[in-house]
Design a protein around this ligand. Structure first.
Ligand SMILES: Cc1cn([C@H]2C[C@H](O)[C@@H](COP(=O)(O)OP(=O)(O)O[C@H]3O[C@H](C)C(=O)[C@H](O)[C@H]3O)O2)c(=O)[nH]c1=O
Length: 181
């Protein structure tokens, strides 16, 4: 398991150790002790989520506010996504900056998105099964984020605008728009 820094403070890319043999492959998807030893972070997750999406779907940018804030450890089990984190922690040196990484069943990379970050992904393969661990429980009332098309962020979602498929919720600026956090 290797940890790689990103341009965003406290945001990491994790490269698991893959054991290949004539049967296929094996890897430890998550090991709390090793994660804590390598990152110095708490590393205790309480909720696992899975979503399946078709090409062009864009989910995000979401986060939960305050005491319900979630750190996420995300990966793609089938297909490929362009995964984006935005630092929305007002006191962070990388506040307002975004970073993207391709996560796929092929590269098996994982992406650690800390509390206080907006998170989203776009599906760049025919279908994608997305899995993520959260270190705090879902709390609908505390949900907020930033609209995917925020002009200041100017995020490249690696999709033609005409192909993007959004939920009704993601078509509008959230009530808790990150600028007011
Ligand atoms: C997030 C979540 C949702 N739900 C229910 C609520 C809705 O009835 C349904 C779909 O929820 P939503 O449309 O918010 O799901 P996504 O658009 O995939 O949002 C998620 O994907 C982006 C990329 C994230 O980073 C967040 O974790 C999360 O906001 O699942 C739950 O029951 N528990 C949960 O933890």
């Amino acid at each position: 398991m290797k940890i790689k820094n990103t341009p965003l403070q406290d945001c990491y890319i994790i490269e698991p150790t893959i054991f290949n043999d004539e049967r296929g492959y094996f890897f430890e998807k998550y090991n709390e002790k090793r994660f804590k030893d390598l990152t110095g972070l708490n590393g205790h997750f309480v909720q696992d989520n899975i979503s399946r999406s078709t090409y062009g779907v864009l989910r995000g940018l979401h986060l939960q506010k305050g005491e319900h804030a979630q750190a996420k450890l995300v990966s793609c089990l089938e297909g490929a996504v362009w995964d984006v984190a935005v630092d929305l922690r007002q006191n962070s040196p990388t506040f307002g900056k975004w970073f993207g990484v391709e996560l796929s069943a092929e590269n098996k990379l994982q992406f650690y998105v800390p509390r206080g970050f907006g998170h989203g992904f776009s599906v760049i393969s025919e279908t994608a099964v997305f899995a993520y661990k959260c270190d705090n429980y879902y709390n609908k009332e505390s949900e907020g984020g930033v609209i995917y098309s925020d002009e200041e962020l100017n995020i490249d979602w690696k999709l033609p605008q005409a192909d993007i498929v959004l939920s009704d919720k993601d078509k509008i600026q959230p009530i808790f728009a990150a600028r007011n956090f």
